[in-house]
Design a binder for this molecule. Structure first.
Ligand SMILES: Cc1cc2nc3c(=O)[nH]c(=O)nc-3n(C[C@H](O)[C@H](O)[C@H](O)COP(=O)(O)OP(=O)(O)OC[C@H]3O[C@@H](n4cnc5c(N)ncnc54)[C@H](O)[C@@H]3O)c2cc1C
Length: 532
């Protein structure tokens, strides 16, 4: 059932078995996985079903660390996540991929690393998440997946550089996709326009969740179990802002809430000219497959491959994970001349002069890289408050020289491996690729990139964001190194759980939502067992 918190009688008290704060990918999955358990579930969702500017402003905050860069500029905190039913999945690109073996290990060379889970523990939950994310399978082993999509086998598979495959769920906004299921449920009540502004705590229990609407209505939810699923930044903010019982906030006796804020570092890293027939590159640009069974029959899933450093390489070289996607750079004939910089075409013609024949393909390189965990990279509270009187977020994102060095190292390895295999060569220009324009050629939309070789400085090249906010209430089996235990329960409380990428113990490289959904399903099953 969907209800409007603005219409509740003033100062209502609602009782539930489980109160879930946040109706995004994590909150919706957790709620629907509890369906049929006989437990009464109340979901508090800040927004409604449509975008609302005043609600979206509640996500605004101060950036006092590294800027949130995208290819063409900077974004603010209220542009990198969404406050409405379905949360940020109303914007996500739908890329799904499992974490790698290396992500779960305690790693030499990194101060903070490793999950208190085995990768095998998550495998059944990724299988389950595949259904919620409307993709083909939980097993994204590249060979079989590419074959299933009728794509050629991966170009490169060595000890150092391995293929990885994405399944792309599109369009897949969790709110619209699961609205009817939520509305039809007799056990789940989704309160829209309901902002959780405080967790009331006595001893080791959350005794109530205070709710405010922007229209001034107030309510309280009491529940046997409280799940905070408000997103990777808001999860920390809500715990830090709930100071009735302890000025440090909730679950924060060790001062860890908000620390280790981690992103995926997205970098346009240069281009490659490849002696590969464009038909053999199609696996890297992707192909759609239609789901032919189950509840999502008829949905289209994109399948595509990328290169990644192998877990073995990352382990041996004590470096960080990295994947590289190929973005086609072959521009149709008739593209206007670039006024400055070089394009992949320019390099293609250089190679042509050198070898007497043109390379078959040219591509741009888009890197997504792992950031090393740093306790000083953190979500804090600002001195100012939002329209509901809640302290705003202050994000102090830190990354550094080691992250840039790892990216340069990884690009070098990829260049060497492609060269050794006789597949082509790379021009590494991290941060020097700019989007000049988007134009129509022969009816197709084509991005024109400009590459400015002289802008690149290995010490300072810009690191962009992946829009993935991780590790702010990280999982650990030791309360001195993490906020939640392997069941996602706050170490310091008996009835508070966290859902979303804030519980990731490390960020890895893989896009997070598939694992967020897997962990949310796993959490629901834990709660079923615990509360029944
Ligand atoms: C442009 C873009 C592209 C992306 N592409 C990908 C991709 O390809 N693959 C991928 O894996 N990920 C991608 N992501 C990230 C993905 O969207 C998030 O990982 C995912 O949405 C997180 O799910 P969540 O449920 O934890 O948080 P959210 O989806 O952000 O949901 C949190 C919900 O909590 C609500 N909320 C917040 N605070 C409160 C409060 N105090 N009280 C009540 N409710 C509250 C919000 O309104 C929201 O509905 C992308 C993100 C962006 C911005």
């Amino acid at each position: 059932m969907l209800t409007d918190a603005r219409r509740l009688p003033p100062d209502s008290v609602l009782e539930a078995d489980v109160c879930i704060i946040g109706g995004g990918a994590a909150g919706i999955t957790c709620a629907l996985e509890l369906e049929g358990s006989g437990l009464r579930v109340v979901v508090l969702e800040s927004g409604g079903e449509r975008p609302d500017a005043a609600t979206q402003r509640l996500a605004a905050g101060d950036l006092v660390g590294e800027p949130l860069r995208v290819l063409d500029g900077h974004v603010d905190l209220d542009e990198v996540r969404l406050r409405r039913l379905g949360g940020t999945t109303n914007h996500w690109a739908g890329y799904c991929r499992r974490l790698e073996p290396i992500d779960f290990e305690t790693r030499a060379g990194l101060a903070v690393s490793g999950w208190p889970l085995e990768r095998a523990d998550l495998v059944p939950w990724w299988d389950r998440a595949a259904t919620w994310c409307r993709i083909l399978t939980g097993d994204d082993t590249p060979g079989p997946l590419l074959e299933r999509a009728g794509l050629p086998p991966p170009l490169l598979d060595t000890a150092d550089v391995v293929p990885v495959a994405f399944q792309i769920a599109f369009p897949m906004p969790f709110g619209e996709t699961y609205r009817a299921d939520l509305d039809a449920s007799a056990e789940i009540e989704v309160l829209l326009w309901a902002n959780a502004v405080n967790l009331a705590v006595e001893g080791r229990r959350v005794t109530g969740v205070d709710v405010r609407t922007l229209t001034g209505n107030r309510a309280r939810v009491t529940a046997r179990a409280v799940v905070v699923a408000a997103g990777g930044i808001e999860n920390a903010r809500l715990l830090l802002a709930s100071t009735d019982a302890d000025p440090r906030g909730v679950a924060n006796a060790n001062g860890l809430v908000g620390r280790h804020f981690t992103e995926h570092l997205q970098v346009w890293a240069g281009f490659g000219v490849l002696d590969v027939d464009p038909a053999d590159l199609v696996g890297y640009t992707g192909r759609d497959v239609i789901i032919d069974e189950g509840r999502h029959r008829g949905a289209a899933v994109g399948i595509k491959a990328a290169f990644a450093l192998s877990s073995e390489h990352v382990r041996r070289h004590r470096t960080q994970g990295m994947e590289v996607q190929l973005v086609p750079g072959v521009l149709p004939a008739g593209v206007p001349e670039q006024h400055e910089g070089v394009t992949a075409l320019d390099v293609a013609s250089l190679l042509e002069a050198e070898r007497g024949r043109a390379p078959a393909s040219s591509v741009y390189l888009q890197v997504l890289a792992e950031q090393r965990l740093d306790p000083e990279s953190r979500v804090e509270l600002a001195a100012t408050t939002d329209a509901l009187g809640m302290p705003r977020t202050r994000l102090r994102w830190r990354h550094g020289a080691a992250d840039r060095a790892a990216i340069l190292h990884g690009l070098g390895v990829l260049a060497e491996e492609l060269g050794a295999a006789g597949l082509g060569r790379l021009q590494i220009v991290p941060g020097g690729v700019h989007a000049d324009a988007v134009e129509h050629f022969n009816g197709e939309l084509v991005s024109l990139y400009r590459v400015a070789l002289d802008e690149v400085d290995p010490e300072t090249f810009p690191l962009g964001v992946g829009f993935h906010h991780m590790c702010t209430t990280r999982m650990s089996d030791d309360p001195r190194t993490g906020v939640v235990d392997p069941d996602c329960r706050a170490h310091e409380l008996d009835n508070l759980w966290l859902a979303g990428s804030s519980v990731f113990a490390t960020g890895g490289v893989a896009t997070p939502t598939f694992t967020i959904v897997a962990l949310a399903a796993r959490l629901a099953h834990h709660l079923r067992a615990r509360l029944s």
